[in-house]
Design a protein around this ligand. Structure first.
Ligand SMILES: *Cc1c(COP(=O)(O)O)cnc(C)c1O
Length: 462
């Protein structure tokens, strides 16, 4: 046991050392693929090795290929950092090695999920009776929400999709904004509804769905089983659909409303941004992430459903060797997700929520939005830069000259390593995306990143 203790101590030292260096590490990885492959690859060893040697090699070999996503100047995708308490909880989770499928396997893991679910509903302004599943991320959350939707819209016209599948079923129409996230389409593919079942509603200049057009579309063919997908937080612009009007309109036409709020749903947690998502509680299902704005380590996502029966009908399961669903007071977490055996990822989410508290979450949301605006103001005033979106949340879209120049700027910034921003296509043109989602980012980090961007822009060959 002494050796294992030493192994953990050394591992903890390594983790602490990495995280201490993080703010000053080059954000991008200067890795060489062949070197990485050589360091981590080779043939599988025939004989067992000492755990300490294995970890030593892993750490040395992997570190050159790590990216400082957890650091304060990573602005790529919508990647959050990881809060200290949540990282610690994840270490405990690995050590405890609980299977969070069923309460009988881990009452503590099941309880923590129940608690996290109710805290989140309160924080995000969702109905207290909504069901909850702790999933791997936004993708799984969207898939589960849409599975519940599929169940409900077909059950209402007498079709049992869980028993009979979709072959021969009345077609389900999915109405979604043109700027929905691609995980909606993947969910529809795996659910058998098909990406082509989507009827696209045009979006406004900032990417929010046009509710008048939604109304026209729904009125055009009434009585069809219909799912409406609304979005809180466009991945490029941060735009939030008009959820109040969207829900009212969809419900007037008998549709189920699913809200993809992977990061934007967190607007609900701050009084400053809450008006952006007003009406969100009227939807029927919601998807959001823990590993984006809540800064829980990967992987962590949440799905909620206003109709727990539809949720359970879509995802619950039973077998002779499993306890019956209602055994004991604690719900079976695996009845609300797409996995059976599963990591006890509730501990990390619990720790993140405890570390921040209600005020801390609100402050984190406000601060990221403020820092995004700081970027927008500084770049908006800089020569040759153009801010392309209305910065309503934590996302900023920037152009620098034409497509090619913008791409060259992104490339140059990524190589420089002071900060990291990715690219995207918005309205047919290349843009740089800036997402401020990390708890440790400060004003100084924004200013330093702006300076790096301006320097990169100046040094671009014309
Ligand atoms: C990130 C994102 C998703 C997907 O979430 P993952 O956690 O990456 O699976 C879905 N929708 C939106 C709007 C997102 O920003």
């Amino acid at each position: 046991m002494g050796e294992f203790r030493d192994l953990l101590r050394e591992t903890a030292e390594r983790v602490a050392g990495y995280r201490e260096r993080l703010p000053e590490l080059p954000v991008s990885s200067a890795h060489d693929v062949d070197e990485l492959r050589a360091a981590l690859g080779g043939s599988l060893p025939d004989r067992p090795r000492k755990p300490s040697e294995v970890l030593e090699q892993l750490a040395e070999a992997a570190e050159p290929g790590l990216v400082a996503i957890a650091g304060p100047r990573y602005f790529g995708f919508v990647n959050g950092g990881s809060l200290d308490a949540a990282v610690g909880a994840d270490v405990l989770t690995a050590g405890w090695d609980q299977n969070a499928a069923l309460p009988v396997m881990s009452p503590a893991a099941a309880m923590v999920e129940e608690v996290v679910g109710s805290w989140l509903k309160e924080l995000l302004g969702l109905p207290g009776e909504a069901s909850f599943g702790l999933v791997t991320g936004g993708q799984e959350a969207n898939t589960v929400g849409l599975a519940a939707a599929r169940h409900d819209v077909l059950a209402r016209i007498g079709w049992d999709v869980e028993a009979d599948g979709l072959v021969g079923a009345p077609p389900v129409r999915v109405v979604a904004g043109a700027e929905r996230h691609v995980t909606i389409d993947r969910a529809l593919r795996v659910l058998g509804l098909g990406a082509r079942s989507v009827v696209e509603v045009p979006a406004d200049a900032n990417g929010a769905l046009d509710v008048d057009r939604l109304d026209d579309e729904l009125a055009g063919s009434p009585d069809r089983p219909t799912i409406v997908c609304l979005q809180a937080g466009n991945v490029n612009t941060g735009a939030v659909d008009d959820l109040a009007r969207g829900c009212t309109t969809a419900h007037r036409h008998g549709a189920w409303v699913h809200v993809d709020g992977a990061f934007g749903l967190w607007a609900s947690a701050s009084p400053t941004t809450r008006p952006l998502v007003s009406g969100v509680e009227q939807a029927d299902s919601w998807a959001t992430d823990g590993h984006k704005w809540l800064n829980v380590p990967y992987d962590s996502g949440f799905v909620f459903c206003a109709r727990p029966d539809a949720h359970r009908a879509a995802t619950s399961f039973a077998a002779d060797y499993l306890p019956p669903p209602e055994a004991g007071d604690l719900r079976a977490p695996f009845d609300y997700v797409l996995s059976a055996s599963r990591r006890a990822r509730g501990f990390a989410a619990w720790a993140a929520l405890q570390q921040l508290g209600r005020l801390g979450v609100a402050e984190l949301v406000d601060r990221c939005c403020r820092l995004a605006r700081r970027f927008a103001v500084a770049l908006g005033e800089a020569d040759g830069f153009e801010v392309a979106n209305d910065v309503v949340l934590n996302q900023v879209l920037v152009r620098f000259g034409d497509d090619d120049t913008t791409d060259r700027l992104i490339d140059s910034v990524q190589r420089d390593g002071t900060c990291w921003m990715g690219g995207t296509i918005w309205r047919g043109r290349r843009h740089m995306r800036i997402s401020v989602s990390n708890w440790s980012t400060t004003e100084a980090d924004v200013d330093r990143s702006v300076a790096a961007l301006l320097a990169a822009a100046r040094s671009l060959p014309v």
